[in-house]
Design a protein around this ligand. Structure first.
Ligand SMILES: Cc1cc2nc3c(=O)[nH]c(=O)nc-3n(C[C@H](O)[C@H](O)[C@H](O)COP(=O)(O)O)c2cc1C
Length: 186
């Protein structure tokens, strides 16, 4: 079992057979990490509505509590129309309000973008960075993770079939563990 900073993993896709979810699950199954990864679901969140700021539903309160309790946040996301999928952008908006009470503030972050295509969801990766930088999240710059060709990465049980991808992702997570330690709010 991995121990270390506790990381909320947000998956940008809601579908059952999501490649992004498979990748997140493969990360969670990795051994020898100085991180503890746990998925925080976003599909139950209502569309953000500023009228609800004063009296948010329990799904929003629970989500915000879990993000607030995490030492870092890792986004594993596909790209929709060259940007961040709406469900994930909604979760970011939900966590950012009411004004002055954002749960993202100063929480170290990282993003792995995932696509069956060749470009590795570059557009989603960088649109996500734009929002998170505004929200005062120190986003890990290096290594970057644009995972293309994702439909061929997994076996029938969801394990990564490609050793070089596995090794890269392991290195990415170890770098993120160091990033969290260096950027933890003091
Ligand atoms: C609405 C929509 C828009 C999409 N736009 C892009 C895109 O801009 N770039 C891309 O690489 N793939 C795009 N795709 C294809 C997704 O990368 C592909 O469906 C992927 O498997 C979705 O991620 P998931 O497997 O985690 O659900 C799009 C898919 C949908 C449904």
């Amino acid at each position: 079992m991995n121990t270390g900073p506790n990381v909320a993993v947000l998956i940008g896709s809601l579908r059952k057979e999501s490649l992004s979810r498979k990748l997140a699950m493969a990360l969670i199954a990795m051994e020898g990490l100085h991180l503890s990864l746990e998925i925080v679901e976003i599909g139950q969140l209502p569309h953000y509505n500023q009228d609800d700021d004063a009296n948010p539903p329990s799904s929003v309160r629970d989500f915000k509590e879990r993000i607030a309790a995490a030492d870092g946040v890792l986004f594993v996301t596909p790209e929709y129309n060259r940007s961040v999928p709406g469900a994930l952008k909604n979760a970011i908006d939900v966590g950012s309000r009411p004004y002055g009470k954002s749960v993202w503030d100063r929480k170290p972050g990282a993003v792995i973008s995932v696509s069956p295509g060749a470009l590795g969801a570059f557009g989603a990766n960088h649109h996500l960075r734009q929002s998170m930088v505004f929200l005062n999240v120190p986003m890990m710059q290096q290594p970057e993770a644009y995972i293309g060709g994702a439909a061929t990465l997994f076996d029938a049980k969801g394990a990564l079939v490609n050793e070089s991808t596995r090794a890269f992702l392991h290195k990415f997570l170890q770098a993120f563990a160091q990033w969290i330690e260096r950027n933890a709010p003091r």
